[in-house]
Design a protein. Structure first.
Length: 249
């Protein structure tokens, strides 16, 4: 299923690139920087293809949190940061609460998040060739940073293709990453060899980390921005967090 896409003319892309570079230079000088400045070069990917084994097989994308499905919440958080947004899921697309393009894994069998990332890369090569990167987010993580993509791009550190993964505290979050589309052939070969580990493939290329802190509630309780809903009890915790954070956004 493919929905309408946001395309950019060459002149628009040139102007947006120039503005993004100027904003980045201003940021290095300590000046205020516009948010979402690299959205036009970024394809957002919601990874919703997990097996939900610890939720008893219940599809997490459809779980309700304060009146919204997790999928809708994650889409709404990622969409302003990217030029176009797609969802990777192996479910019947008609059962998903989404108006985005839904893509099934192009590799047969459950091959984990890297299969979804490769699927997005191959799709982007044809559908949104202006995109440089895939920015991925997990459907079960509804409080991730609203400056995720900006911080990812800042952490790249140079023009060479660099994979950037999220980190909070000492914990890495490999499902949240910035993935250069130029690395699609490498990823496909990695998966075709039977490999599945995100970190192993990331470490085989130039890579970096973007380190995030979470919002602080009640003066001293820091919420992990990558808190994820793996078990039924986690959904109860997420409801409490959402009741505190939603009025602030």
């Amino acid at each position: 299923m493919t929905k309408s896409l946001h395309h950019y003319s060459p002149s628009d892309l040139a102007a947006l690139d120039k503005a993004a570079m100027e904003a980045s230079e201003a940021g290095f000088c300590g000046q205020p920087v516009a948010s979402n400045r690299w959205a036009h070069r970024t394809l957002g990917l919601v990874l919703a293809g997990g097996q939900s084994s610890r939720m008893g097989g219940t599809d997490k994308a459809g779980l309700m949190l304060e009146g919204q499905s997790l999928l809708r919440r994650v889409e709404a958080r990622l969409a302003p940061q990217v030029g176009n947004l797609i969802v990777n899921s192996n479910m019947d697309a008609s059962l998903l609460d989404s108006e985005a393009t839904i893509l099934r894994d192009q590799i047969e069998g459950y091959a984990g998040p890297l299969a979804g990332i490769l699927t997005a890369m191959r799709w982007a090569e044809q559908a949104v060739p202006q995109a440089y990167w895939i920015a991925s987010a997990a459907v079960d993580t509804p409080f991730f940073p609203t400056d995720l993509v900006d911080r990812f791009v800042m952490a790249m550190g140079g023009p060479e293709p660099c994979i950037v993964l999220a980190q909070s505290g000492e914990r890495k979050h490999p499902v949240f990453g910035l993935w250069p589309i130029r690395l699609a052939d490498s990823l496909e070969a990695f998966l075709n060899e039977g490999n599945r580990k995100v970190g192993l493939w990331a470490e085989s290329h130039l890579n970096s980390r973007a380190i995030f802190r979470g919002p602080v509630l009640d003066g001293d309780i820091e919420i992990d921005p990558f808190f994820n809903i793996n078990e039924p009890d986690d959904l109860d915790v997420a409801r409490v967090i959402a009741q505190e954070l939603d009025p602030l956004t």
